[in-house]
Design a protein around this ligand. Structure first.
Ligand code: PMP
Length: 460
C-alpha cells in the first residue's frame, strides 16, 4: 500500500502509537482505517467491506450497527452523562445492571464490582483475593496460579497472569506471586498414546504437585478461562475442570473464572462455566457484556469474599480500590440494553442453532495438508496450521504462515485473527447461516492460497 501524504493513513503514522502492532511495519504500510459498521460487516475508508469473523476482538456480540444500543447511550448521556460509585453514591442504570448481572450469573455469586476492561477486572480479582486473605488473617496465602496459554490482559498483574511470551517480553514481567501450570490442550500437549482421561489426570496431578511444592498455605487462587481464547481457542476435555476443581477444593484455593470471552452465550450456554461445569468463587466479565459498544467490565464475587471485603473495608475505613470510570452510567445503560436484547432474541438458542454450521463447515478443512487441528464449540472456533500433519510440527518461524493466511482472507473480504499459526473465528452472535457460508468461503479461498504459497516457499 502506498501511503498518500496528508491522508488519514499518513497522519495515523505520524501521531498514533498502536497497541499490539509492529510499529515499523505500520510506518511502512500504514493502517487499515475502518470507517463504519453494518451488521456483521465493517467498511473501510476506501469502501471495502469485510465480514468481521472475530467480532472485533471477540466482543461485538450484536454486530456493528445495533440501533437500540445507540439509543440507550444517547438517552443516558442526555440524562446523566457521568457519575461515580465512590463514597456511597451510584447511578440508577448501575443499580439495574448490578441486579441483572447477579441474577444471570451462577447462584453462588452475590455481588458485582464494575471496571472498564478485562484487564482491570482481572487485576481487581487479584486484589480482592489478596484483600480477602488479609481479612482472614492469612497474609501468606497470596499466590495465584494461571495457565500456560491463558490470556487475562495486559495491565501489570493481568499481564503476569497472561503466560504468552509476547505479553511479558520486554516488560520485566511477571511480578512475584504469580505461577503457571499446564494448558488442557490435548492435541498439543498429550504424550504419545496418552488417553484424554490420562491426560487430564496428569494435569490435575501436575497442579497438585505445584501446590505442594509451593506450600498450600501460600496458594490463594487459580484463574482460568473456561475455554482458552487468545491462547488458541483451546477447548478442554470434558474431564478437565472437575478434576482441577477437586484439587482446588482440597487445598482451599479460590477459583476465578475469566469469562471475558466465554460470557453471554459464546459457547452455546450463557456462561462458559455452565458449558464446562465450573463453580467459580469469582467471575470476571467484559467484552460481550456491552457488545463492546461501551467499555465496561465486571467482577462477581461469592458471599464469603464479599463478607471478608466488607469487614476489612470497615476496619480500614474504606475498600481502597476503584476507577473514575468504573460503573459509568452510560456504559451501564448500554450493557443493560445489551443483556435485554440477548434475552429477547434468545441469544443462547441462536448460538446453538447456527454454531454447528460454523463448526461443521470448518471441519471440512481437516483434510488440508497444512491443517493440524480444527476445534471449537458454539460460535468460537480455530484452525491450527502445521508444517507436518503427522508429527504436528509447527511452521518455523511460528506466525508467518498464519499472518499470510490472515492477510489473504482480509484481501478477500473476511477478517480473521491469526494467533501464531492458529486462525481464530468468533463472529458476532447475530450472524446468519448465509453469512457463515460467506465466512467459510473466505476461509476456503485463503486456505487454498496459503497452501500454494507454503508449497512454493518450501515451508512444509
Ligand atoms: N481475559 C480474556 C479471556 C481476554 O480474552 C481478554 C482480552 N482479549 C482480557 C481478559 C483482557 O481484556 P481487555 O483487553 O479488555 O483488558
Amino acid at each position: 500500500m502506498t501511503v498518500r501524504s496528508n491522508s488519514a493513513a499518513s497522519r495515523d503514522i505520524a501521531y498514533h502509537l498502536h497497541p499490539y502492532t509492529n510499529a515499523r511495519k505500520n510506518e511502512d504500510e500504514g493502517p487499515v482505517i475502518i470507517d463504519r459498521g453494518e451488521g456483521v460487516y465493517v467498511i473501510d475508508d476506501q469502501g471495502n467491506r469485510y465480514l468481521e469473523a472475530l467480532a472485533g476482538l471477540w466482543c461485538t456480540g450484536l454486530g456493528f450497527s445495533e440501533e437500540r444500543l445507540v439509543k440507550a447511550a444517547v438517552d443516558q448521556m442526555a440524562k446523566l452523562p457521568y457519575y461515580h460509585s465512590f463514597a456511597q453514591k451510584t447511578a440508577s442504570p448501575v443499580v439495574d445492571l448490578a441486579e441483572k448481572i447477579v441474577e444471570m450469573t451462577p447462584a453462588q455469586l452475590t455481588k458485582v464490582f464494575f471496571a472498564n476492561s478485562g484487564s482491570e477486572a482481572n487485576d481487581t480479582a487479584i486484589k480482592m483475593v489478596w484483600y480477602y486473605n488479609n481479612a482472614l488473617d492469612r497474609p501468606e496465602k497470596k499466590k495465584i496460579i494461571s495457565r500456560i496459554k491463558g490470556y487475562h490482559g495486559v495491565t501489570i498483574a493481568a499481564a503476569s497472569l497472561t503466560a504468552m511470551p509476547y505479553v511479558q517480553a520486554g516488560f520485566d514481567l511477571p511480578i512475584k506471586n504469580i505461577i503457571h501450570t499446564g494448558a488442557p490442550h490435548y492435541y498439543r500437549f498429550a504424550q504419545e498414546g496418552e488417553s484424554e482421561e490420562a491426560f487430564t489426570d496428569r494435569l490435575a496431578q501436575e497442579l497438585e504437585e505445584l501446590i505442594q511444592s509451593e506450600g498450600p498455605d501460600t496458594v490463594a487462587a487459580f484463574i482460568g478461562e473456561p475455554l482458552q481464547g487468545a491462547g488458541g481457542v483451546i477447548v478442554p476435555p470434558e474431564s478437565y475442570w472437575p478434576k482441577i476443581q477437586a484439587v482446588l477444593k482440597k487445598y482451599d484455593i479460590l477459583l476465578i473464572a475469566d469469562e471475558v470471552i466465554c460470557g453471554f452465550g459464546r459457547t452455546g450456554q450463557m456462561f462458559g462455566s455452565d458449558t464446562f461445569g465450573l463453580k467459580p468463587d469469582i467471575m470476571t466479565l467484559a467484552k460481550q457484556l456491552s457488545s463492546a459498544y461501551a467499555p465496561i467490565s465486571a467482577v462477581l464475587v461469592s458471599d464469603p469474599i464479599y463478607q471478608a471485603v466488607a469487614d476489612n473495608s470497615a476496619k480500614l475505613g474504606s475498600f481502597g480500590h476503584g476507577y473514575t470510570y468504573g460503573a459509568h452510567p452510560v456504559a451501564a445503560a448500554v450493557a443493560l440494553e445489551t443483556l435485554k436484547i440477548y434475552e429477547e432474541r434468545k441469544i443462547v438458542e441462536q448460538v446453538q442453532a447456527v454454531g454447528p454450521r460454523l463448526q461443521d463447515g470448518l471441519r471440512r478443512f481437516e483434510d488440508s495438508p497444512i491443517v493440524g487441528e480444527v476445534r471449537g464449540i458454539g460460535l468460537i472456533a480455530a484452525v491450527e496450521l502445521v508444517a507436518d500433519k503427522a508429527s504436528k510440527a509447527p511452521f518455523d518461524p511460528i506466525g508467518k504462515v498464519g499472518a499470510y493466511f490472515a492477510a489473504s482472507a482480509q484481501a478477500k473480504g473476511v477478517i480473521f485473527r491469526n494467533l501464531g499459526d492458529t486462525i481464530a473465528a468468533c463472529p458476532p452472535m447475530i450472524i446468519t447461516e448465509a453469512e457463515i457460508d460467506i465466512l467459510l468461503d473466505g476461509f476456503a479461498a485463503a486456505l487454498a492460497e496459503t497452501e500454494a504459497w507454503v508449497a512454493e516457499q518450501g515451508l512444509a
